[in-house]
Design a protein around this ligand. Structure first.
Ligand SMILES: [Zn+2]
Length: 311
């Protein structure tokens, strides 16, 4: 079962049980008078829990009008094609660079299979295409009037080249996807989610500047939940992104292999999480949200692609 938290009038946060764990992947539900929007509805493996949660808050899934995607990574959007069987009238809003890959997920599946290998089915389930007539393309700079809210769309590359955020200018709530990092409840610790193939740490840093300029009151993370004290939090995230990047760069210069780099990252960064009091179950959930292999692969590809002169 999912767990549901009401955050503000017409806004719910649903914890989707991922691989049996809670507080790892979250979806947001916005309900207005005539419209219902989901933000980052999650993978196909959690669709039953999502549908049950909507029914629990007395929302008929058939009445969902909009599905907003911060980006198309499988933990955020892998289930969107399958979800449309339950939500036949929903429009899927996505950045122009992400749209082709939900319409035809073949490349997305190939790229994710490099990371998740034989775990693809178990983690993500069936990845169905989204029919083109359901797709509404965003660029950033758009303004959406959905579910009684006015949402600004801002383009925030770095974690992914097609990443966007949704900012409610009136309430100060910002739906941040992964550009605001991974911070799970119960511990004051932020981990940079740095997957291949298009991690770009300079672009990410600029996106953090943009988020700061918006002065949101609260960030709603996909992994996981609300963050207050936005400015210092974002600066800590930025510091982590660069610090972890430096570890990988130095290791590449020392000609270490990928598996050596994974081990090095674990050795250098896990003590901080332990010092903050994280126990084994929380460590496991951090790894479910963003694991070390993926982190290492993302940075390695970034340094070789963007700064080949340095490695
Ligand atoms: Zn992501």
């Amino acid at each position: 079962m999912a767990t549901i938290t009401k955050l503000s009038p017409g806004l719910w946060h649903i914890s989707l049980p991922f691989q049996g764990e809670h507080d790892v992947i979250g979806a947001y539900v916005l309900a207005g008078k005539d419209e219902v929007a989901l933000i980052d509805p999650g993978p196909a493996t959690t669709i039953d829990a999502l549908i049950a949660s909507l029914e629990e808050i007395e929302i008929n899934p058939q009445k969902v009008t909009h599905i907003l995607l911060t980006h198309i990574h499988l933990d955020h959007a892998g289930g969107v094609g399958s979800l449309l069987h339950h939500m036949p009238d929903a429009r899927v809003l996505v950045h122009s660079k992400g749209a082709p890959h939900i319409e035809d997920p073949a490349k997305l599946i190939t790229s994710a299979t490099r990371i998740y290998k034989d775990q693809m089915e178990e983690l993500w389930g069936k990845i169905e295409p989204v029919p083109v007539e359901h797709i509404q393309i965003l660029e950033g700079g758009d303004t959406l009037n959905i579910a009684g809210r006015r949402l600004e769309v801002h383009y925030t590359p770095g974690h992914a080249s097609h990443h966007i955020v949704f900012f409610d200018v009136h309430s100060g709530e910002l739906f941040a996807g992964d550009v605001a990092g991974v911070r799970l409840p119960q511990v004051d610790y932020v981990r940079p989610p740095t997957p291949p193939p298009d991690l770009d740490i300079e672009a990410w840093s600029s996106s953090i500047d943009l988020l700061k300029k918006l002065h949101p009151d609260v960030l709603y993370l996909a992994h996981f939940g609300p963050i207050h004290g936005v400015i210092p939090y974002l600066e800590r995230l930025r510091a982590q992104i660069f610090a972890w990047g430096d570890i990988v760069l130095q290791a590449l210069q020392e000609k270490k292999t990928e598996s050596e780099i994974v081990q090095l990252l674990i050795t250098k960064t896990k003590p901080e999480l332990q010092r903050k009091g994280a126990k084994a179950d929380l460590m496991k959930r951090y790894d479910l949200a963003t694991n070390y292999e993926m982190t290492a692969q993302g940075y390695i590809r970034y340094w070789k692609k963007v700064h080949p002169d340095q490695v």
